[in-house]
Design a protein around this ligand. Structure first.
Ligand SMILES: [Zn+2]
Length: 181
């Protein structure tokens, strides 16, 4: 029996992605492992006493993911961090390493500024990264606040800068601007 370095790398990656809450469909693409292997892996992780965020039922489309201004702002933060970690290569292929780093950064920021609010789902972030690679999404630059933000062409909400919109809404409601609106 030969246990190659490659298969160890695949298993290591799959374990990490399971613990991060990715669905099997995505882990199969990224690790090249099949559903059976992944389910066995999930079972042995459970036996080790590990747990992970419950994945949603199936993956969602950008249209469903980005509905409200607050969501657009959250996903913009993640996708901006993603570009910073992944560089221009993210327009050619999905970088799971860059995406995970971006998500960690987001989770950290969220913990500091809005600790008791729900986190964006990592599987949704992956869908947006795929859209970016397929040129179905892009970054826009806001001429008002000079910040880049993420836009998916299938989103049904406004294409305006979510950071400006959120600030305007907060001013309207005379409440302090918050990530958790
Ligand atoms: Zn703006």
């Amino acid at each position: 029996m030969q246990l190659g370095v490659e298969s160890i790398q695949r298993i290591t990656l799959a374990r990490e992605l399971i613990l991060r809450g990715y669905v099997n469909k995505i882990i199969e693409i990224e690790s090249g492992l099949g559903t059976k292997t992944l389910n066995r892996l999930r079972m042995s992780l459970k036996e080790e006493g590990k747990s992970w965020p419950q994945p949603p039922r199936g993956t969602r489309q950008a249209q469903t993911i980005i509905k409200r201004v607050a969501h657009r702002q959250e996903f913009s933060i993640i996708m901006l961090a993603y570009r910073k970690y992944g560089g221009d290569s993210i327009f050619q292929h999905v970088s799971i390493t860059a995406l995970n780093s971006a998500y960690d950064t987001y989770r950290h920021l969220k913990g500091e500024f809005a600790p008791h609010t729900e986190l964006a789902n990592i599987n949704d972030c992956y869908t947006l990264a795929v859209d970016l690679r397929s040129a179905e999404a892009e970054y826009e630059n806001c001429t008002d606040c000079n910040v880049s933000y993420f836009v998916s062409f299938s989103q049904e909400s406004s294409y305006r800068c979510p950071f400006c919109l959120n600030r305007e809404n907060a001013q309207k409601n005379q409440a302090p601007a918050s990530l958790a609106s």
